[in-house]
Design a binder for this molecule. Structure first.
Ligand code: GRF
Length: 221
């Protein structure tokens, strides 16, 4: 018997290119998708991602943080909308508000984020410029379960990209973003297939192939 689809809500604040990657893999009309996107929720009415969701025929909702006096009531309104939509997993895809501890606790191990750096390096903003300034040879992105401390929590999957000598923050950012668009759907697929669990605050993944090998930069093959 086929496994039931995992219902997810995707939270955004902006352009939604990661949302688009998820729509392309799991949106309405995709055959045998293990995931159903039941809601795209934005805290900003002008987020372009909302247009992407509407085009794809996915329900959208705007909950503008500016209409709430405090974080807890804003988070409670989001929580209510997400649960009303029937979501089982909450996906942060460029959602630019910090979430309260109460919200995070209510979605323990069912709340994931994508961060544009190889955590635990470069938490926070401006990750590409900071990676260049630090002189790292590899940079990348991380999908992780969310914990109250910003950009922390069990790491589920990462993708690395080389840093090139002539990179700017923009060119490096484009390379990382392309990796995000591959990594995020693959990671959500693993979760939907029931292959990801958290043991002692580390994400454990069952049945994934590991390609092995060593990445070197410079002297890449
Ligand atoms: C991505 O770089 C993501 O890693 C970060 O916010 C950005 C969102 O971009 N959390 P987009 O809205 O998905 O294009």
């Amino acid at each position: 018997m086929p496994r039931a689809q995992l219902k997810i809500a995707i939270l955004i604040s902006g352009r939604g290119s990661n949302l688009q990657a998820l729509i392309d893999q799991f949106g309405p009309g995709v055959a045998a998708s293990p995931i159903e996107i039941v809601l795209v929720l934005s805290n900003r009415p002008d987020a372009f991602g909302l247009t992407r969701a509407v085009r794809a025929g996915i329900p959208t909702q705007v909950i503008d943080h500016k209409n709430f006096a405090e974080r807890a009531s804003f988070d409670a309104a989001m929580d209510q909308a997400i649960r009303a939509a029937g979501a089982e997993l909450v996906v942060l895809a460029g959602f630019l508000r910090l979430l309260s501890d109460g919200f995070i606790a209510g979605w323990q191990d069912r709340l994931v984020n994508i961060h544009p750096a190889l955590l635990p390096a470069f938490k926070g903003l401006d990750t590409h410029a900071r990676a260049l300034a630090a002189g790292v040879r590899f940079h990348g992105c991380t999908v992780h379960f969310v914990r109250p401390e910003m950009d922390s929590g069990p790491i589920i999957a990462q993708a690395a990209v080389p840093v090139r000598p002539d990179d700017t923050a923009e060119s490096l950012g484009r390379r990382v973003l392309a990796a995000e668009h591959r990594l995020f759907p693959q990671t959500l697929r693993l979760i939907a297939e029931g292959k990801v669990s958290v043991v002692d605050e580390r994400a454990v993944i069952r049945d994934t192939a590991f390609a092995g090998g060593v990445l070197c930069n410079p002297i890449g093959s």
